[in-house]
Design a protein around this ligand. Sequence first.
Ligand SMILES: [Zn+2]
Length: 120
Amino acid sequence: MPYCPNCKDEYREGYTICVECGVQLVDILPDKWEERQQQLKTKGSAARRIFLTIAVDEEQCTGMVSALQKNGVTVYIDGMEAGDYLNTHGAFSSYGGDLYVDRDDYEKGLAVLTQYAQSE
Ligand SMILES: [Zn+2]
């Protein structure tokens, strides 16, 4: 699977350039991928992540996650990095969950969610 080393998006066969970043995609082997998942799980200290909000369904979850990511906030869903969750599983399927952010992003995350709620 071609895979963007920058934004971590996974692409279908045939793509060579990331449409988001314009960088060359790299191939990642399945065992490499699992290794990376392991790294992500242990990356940073879990203690630095704090609970932000609950997403009750897929639509809300996807909306809030993309709003946060657009603003540069890294979101974790039940302890897993949201971007990687999306890339690994393709998309949410009736998935709601607890959203966590890094402590440093908490204030920003709340501001983004407030804006997001107002735009609904
Ligand atoms: Zn990219």
